[in-house]
Design a protein around this ligand. Sequence first.
Ligand code: SAM
Length: 290
Amino acid sequence: MTFKEIHTQFHLKLDADYGRDEVDAMFFLLSEHFLNKKRIDLSLRPYYMLVNEELSELTQALGRLQNNEPVQYIIGLTNFYGLEFKVNQHTLIPRPETEALVSLVIESLKPQHVHLHKINILDLGTGTGCIAISLAKNIANAEVYALDNSNDALKIAQKNAALNAVEVFFFESDILKENDWVLNFKNIKFDIIISNPPYVRALEKAEMKPNVLNYEPGSALFVTDEDPLIFYRAIAELASNYMKPNGLLFFEINQYLAQETKKMLEMHNFEIIEIYPDLSGNDRMIKAIK
Ligand SMILES: C[S@@+](CC[C@H](N)C(=O)[O-])C[C@H]1O[C@@H](n2cnc3c(N)ncnc32)[C@H](O)[C@@H]1O
């Protein structure tokens, strides 16, 4: 089969579900990955005859896309904040909203931070390590700590730190267990604490697409309808003991719970609490000062 013929197969089988432009984007991403050639070279050689292994990999990928598997899991890679990250079924696929959170942290650095000998940063629920690693890469004097309770996710995060040539101190630890904080961080005070914890309520599942529901880890996404702020409250309670005066707290938040999250932070004596929208205009981030 030629490159052009398999391209046509992708459109025939996927356009109805994904739309033509999205299918093109996924097809060329997969082709570049499995054929190890640049898109421009592939486009110039439509009658290139695929060898058996190439055809089999693209055909399998087509089947996986028909089953709604995210293309990032098929190639095992994604981009975040201009960097490459490995992903697998144990890690959430980093989102553009979270890139905006990283930008907000970097833009919020004050002259006193830039002149500090080092800026201690803690990322809670690190997943692929995307937040921790992007901050380590872009803040010259950052000393970055990151935790997750998933050992499988941490294995990927460690690989991603190596892939991007940064040092991050990773811990297998539970956000909800105060003892873990005491053990890991008893001698450290942070300038910046940041988290994109699980925040989707079960009642919001109806809004979600099968590529997320069937493939991304539920433990990274969901909280109960009864206590959706459980992770935010635990972090706010413990942050007091582990932050420097005027330390900055950043959260990615559930758009439907922005005011509740703000109120909870006020009750924990945070100040100058600001809510920021994502690119779609939904309330998605909070910054607060301790
Ligand atoms: C929404 S994902 C965020 C992943 C990554 N930081 C990102 O922004 O793409 C939440 C992460 O929190 C982790 N997590 C869930 N419950 C946790 C807990 N009790 N303690 C520590 N981490 C937890 C999950 O394994 C997952 O990696």
